[in-house]
Design a protein around this ligand. Structure first.
Ligand code: 5GP
Length: 199
C-alpha cells in the first residue's frame, strides 16, 4: 500500500514572488507534488489557458457549482472582485492516489481548507519587508496608484493572519526560501511515515 497523500497550502500577499518560488519548490521537492487548478470568475489574461492556469467560469456557473457543493473552498478574493475556488475533484482523487496536492489560495480559502483537512500543511510566504513588497508591486509598472494601494491594504490584512499557518518563510532569496520549504516538506514526510509505522 502506498503512502497516503498530503495537502499543501501556500498563501502570501500579491507581489511576494509566489509563482517563482513555487516553481523552484516543484523542481526540488522529493515528494510527488501536483498543482491543483483552481476555478475563477475572472477573465483569462493573455496566454492563460482554460484548464491549465484556471478553469474560467462565468459567475453563474461558479454559483451553480458552489450550490452543488463542488468546492473544497471558495472565496471572493478581497480586492479582486472575483470568485476563486478549489474544486474537490482536483484534490480528493489525487490525495487518494498518494499525491501531495498543492493549493495556492488566499487566507480565507486556507481557513476553509483547514476545517475539512486539519492536517493540511499550510505555508505562508512573507516579504522581506513591507517596503520591499511595495517596491515590487510598483515595479510591475502595470498597476494604477489606486490598485497598488488596494493590494498593499490586502497584503497588510493577510500578513496579520500569517500566524495561523504551520510554516512561515521569508522570500528574500528564492534559493534559500525554496530550500527551507523543501526541508519542511521532508520533515513532514518523515512524521507521516512514523505515523503509519506506529499505527
Ligand atoms: P490571480 O488573479 O492573480 O491569478 O490570483 C489572485 C489571488 O487569488 C492569488 O494570489 C491567490 O491567492 C488567490 N487564489 C487563486 N486561486 C484560488 C482558489 O482556488 N481559492 C482561493 N481562496 N484563492 C485563490
Amino acid at each position: 500500500m502506498g503512502q497516503p497523500g498530503q495537502l499543501v497550502v501556500f498563501s502570501g500577499p500579491s507581489g511576494v514572488g509566489k509563482t517563482t518560488l513555487l516553481a523552484e519548490v516543484f523542481r526540488r521537492a522529493r515528494q510527488p507534488l501536483v498543482m491543483s487548478v483552481s476555478a475563477t470568475t475572472r477573465p483569462p489574461r493573455a496566454g492563460e489557458r482554460n484548464g491549465e492556469h484556471y478553469f474560467f467560469l462565468s459567475p453563474d456557473e461558479f454559483a451553480q457549482r458552489r450550490e452543488q457543493g463542488d468546492f473544497l473552498e471558495c472565496s471572493e478574493v478581497f480586492g479582486r472582485g472575483h470568485w476563486y475556488g478549489t474544486l474537490e475533484k482536483e484534490v480528493a482523487p489525487r490525495l487518494a492516489a498518494g499525491k501531495w496536492v498543492v493549493l495556492e489560495i488566499d487566507v480565507d480559502g486556507a481557513e476553509q481548507v483547514l476545517r475539512k483537512y486539519p492536517d493540511a500543511l499550510t505555508i505562508f510566504i512573507e516579504p522581506e519587508s513591507p517596503e520591499i513588497l511595495e517596491r515590487r508591486l510598483r515595479g510591475r509598472g502595470t498597476e494604477t496608484e489606486e490598485a497598488v494601494a488596494r493590494r498593499l491594504e490586502v497584503a497588510r490584512r493577510e500578513l496579520v493572519r500569517a500566524g495561523g499557518y504551520r510554516f512561515r518563510v521569508v522570500n528574500d532569496q528564492v534559493d534559500r526560501a525554496a530550500d527551507e520549504i523543501c526541508r519542511f516538506l521532508d520533515r513532514q514526510a518523515e512524521v507521516g511515515k512514523q505515523g503509519v509505522s506506529d499505527a
